[in-house]
Design a protein around this ligand. Structure first.
Ligand code: PRX
Length: 635
């Protein structure tokens, strides 16, 4: 019986049981049979949920790039590892074979070494979605440098904070980047940040836009001439299984971003295993995840997961709306993509456009479609399932987090029956529990609670860079002995999980717990509503009341906003109950969103409360200008 590949539901249940009863044996087999190690482990794991200390594959020696690249060369050297699809559809796509990837990563690794980067040094990568980004990440891993990718849409302030937090020695950037019809002056942003980044010794600059950028003597170096001179083979650094692989920043509910640290062996085993099963990856497949490598989704499922399995992965530079709203579907058709993995926010925005954009393309190559990043509402689920998946591709709603490293709860395609809006069952090795306010585990089915994980898994983040205390407090103290996800979930009658949203988005109105997500779902069913966000605000009698920020589409002739507001409250009343009706409704032209598409509710909460004193860190917002507009029109 295969441990690595799950074939049917019975097999899943068997593997799941084994992973819970004999986790050492389970992970030992998977790690032993599917990877190359310089030296095997003494112990499969050594973990302490109280102190938040985790070691996986203890004392094993490994290099993740040996597993991502070198070991495929003998049989798959000429196979395409990465398909680069540029922002502009008229620019030719690039097919980078495993042989070529080996050479490019080796050259980059040699450049980094020559420029003084050593094992354990932090390298900040601030690049657009071009092949150099993938190569830079892998080159760091090859030489044991810790990569910290900063999404190339972040501002100079955000870049500076991240560079300084981890004390990076080098920044790798480019002259500029393309996104839709915009050109982003990345080098300019780096130049703005650098004077306040004392740890940075060198800035390597790749060429993408060929724009004229100033180069500071002694600090800035064009990458290409260095690569041209470098040897195209390299020896991989021998890493301990627990040596850091990367830092990736994620925003907390308060203050400064948290640098989540992931280490080598456990992350490798878990991302490979989940990629294989959650996407039903087969040898000739073409996998496309539309995330940016600046997010965990891109780390685990554009790069590491696919390459560890010797897959072909698409690296897309562009956006779903450029040159028009059919770009995603056109790219699927062009490269005969078999697995497509995107975010509900993209699906919702595309589903607002004419159906013709998607119907122009048969999309017959697709086998599996996936969703990640936020709860997918019923309407979006069906649109995606019907019009993209053609009702024949399983839709995997994958729940996980930057902190978890890999997918935790998800259907396994062709194995787990899907159910709209449900992430369904935990993957083998993952033990979710629901907890009540008194910190008791809630047993049984058809229950809701705070989602915790009660046993560690190989790719759990090991710490917050430089602040283990914060790590412990954020994730391991609310429910002692368990990892607290910050999410709420429902477990249905058959044990399927539905993630209901951040627990901090729950508002207690007159003693009733109201999740904002189901209220938003109800509102969004109104034909005039494009999008909505609900927050609580203090109320004399009810404790809290609800405030709705709502974006309208065309509302139709002869109708006014006051009527729409009434209808919205009627809809909520009908679907959830009068208790969930909104006290205040403000029609807005946009919502403050992070670059990953999440609504920054903490700002809306402040506006709803009428507290304009301090909006905290807004550096991750895509559209900071919307704050003033919403504030000025507050009802
Ligand atoms: O609230 C959950 C939501 O996204 C959070 C994690 O965000 P981040 O660290 O940025 O990672 C996103 C990509 C893995 C979670 O705590 N989330 C993620 N996936 C889902 C989800 N909520 C509902 N359903 C999902 N499939």
């Amino acid at each position: 019986m295969s441990y690595y590949t799950i074939n049917d539901l019975e097999h899943y249940f068997k593997m799941y049981k084994k992973s819970v009863r004999e986790p050492r044996k389970f992970w030992d087999r998977i790690a032993d049979e599917n990877f190359v190690w310089y030296q095997k482990w003494e112990k499969v794991f050594d973990v302490d949920m109280q102190e938040a200390k985790f070691k996986w594959f203890v004392d094993a020696k490994v290099n993740i790039t040996k597993n991502c690249i070198d070991r495929h060369l003998a049989r798959k050297g000429e196979k395409t590892a990465i398909i680069f699809e540029p922002n502009n559809p008229d620019e030719e796509a690039q097919h980078i074979s495993y042989n070529e990837l080996y050479k490019r990563v080796s050259k980059m690794a040699n450049v980094l070494r020559e420029q003084g980067v050593k094992k354990g040094d932090r390298v900040c990568i601030y690049l657009p979605m071009i092949p150099d980004l993938a190569v830079a990440v892998l080159a760091c891993a090859r030489i044991g440098a810790i990569h910290s990718v900063v999404f190339a849409g972040f501002s100079a302030g955000a870049l500076e904070a991240r560079v300084n937090d981890c004390g990076a020695k080098m920044v790798i950037t480019s002259d500029g980047g393309y996104r839709g019809d915009k050109t982003i002056n990345l080098k300019g942003i780096v130049d703005e940040a650098m004077p306040k980044c004392p740890s940075i010794e060198k800035v390597l600059v790749a060429k993408r836009t060929n724009s004229d950028v100033p180069m500071q003597e002694g600090r800035d170096f064009w990458l290409q001439p260095l690569l041209d001179k470098a040897l195209d083979n390299s020896v991989a650094e021998i890493m301990d299984s627990e040596d850091p692989l990367f830092i990736l920043y994620t925003s907390g509910s308060t203050g400064k971003p948290k640098g989540m640290l992931h280490t080598t062996g456990g992350y490798m085993v878990y991302t490979a295993y989940t990629f294989k099963n959650v996407f039903n990856y087969q040898d000739e497949d073409i996998f496309w995840c539309t995330a940016d490598i600046g997010w965990i989704t891109g780390h685990s499922y554009i790069l590491y997961g696919p390459l560890l399995n010797g897959a072909t992965t698409v690296l897309f530079e562009g956006v779903p709306s450029y040159p028009d709203f059919s770009r995603f579907w056109e790219v699927i058709e062009k490269h005969k993509v078999t697995q497509f993995y995107t975010a509900p926010t993209a699906i919702r925005s595309l589903s607002k456009e004419s159906l013709e954009y998607v119907q122009k393309f048969p999309l017959r190559s697709l086998k599996v479609i996936g969703s990640v990043g936020e709860p997918i509402n019923e309407e979006a689920w069906h649109w995606y399932n019907d019009h993209v998946g053609g009702k024949r591709c399983p839709l995997v709603d994958t729940w996980w987090q930057t902190e978890t490293g890999g997918i935790m709860i998800s259907p396994i395609p062709f194995v787990t029956p899907t159910k709209p809006t449900y992430a369904s069952l935990p993957l083998p090795g993952i033990q979710p529990v629901l907890m009540d306010e008194l910190r008791n585990e809630i047993e049984g089915n058809q229950v809701t609670g705070s989602l915790c994980i009660k046993f560690p898994w190989p790719s759990i983040a090991r710490t917050i860079w430089g602040d283990h205390q914060r790590y412990k407090e954020t994730y391991f103290t609310a429910f002692p002995g368990k990892y607290f996800t910050g999410d709420g979930a429902l477990r249905d009658e058959v044990g399927y999980y539905r993630i209901t949203g951040r627990v901090d988005d729950v508002v207690i109105v007159s003693g009733h717990n109201l999740g904002t997500a189901p209220i938003e779902d109800a509102i969004n069913e109104h034909p005039a509503v494009a999008e909505s966000a609900i927050v609580g605000f203090p109320h004399d009698i009810k404790g809290n009341a609800l405030y709705g920020f709502i974006i309208l589409k065309e509302i139709g002739e002869g109708r006014d906003r006051a009527n729409v507001a009434k209808e919205i409250n009627q809809l909520i009343s009908d679907q959830i109950g009068p208790i969930a009706k909104l006290d205040k409704i403000q029609f807005v032209s946009g919502l403050p969103k992070t670059r990953s598409g999440k609504i920054m509710r903490r700002i809306l909460r402040k506006i709803a409360e009428g507290d304009f004193s301090n909006f905290g860190d807004t550096s991750t917002l895509l559209n900071p200008e919307i704050i003033d507009q919403i504030k000025n029109e507050r009802v």
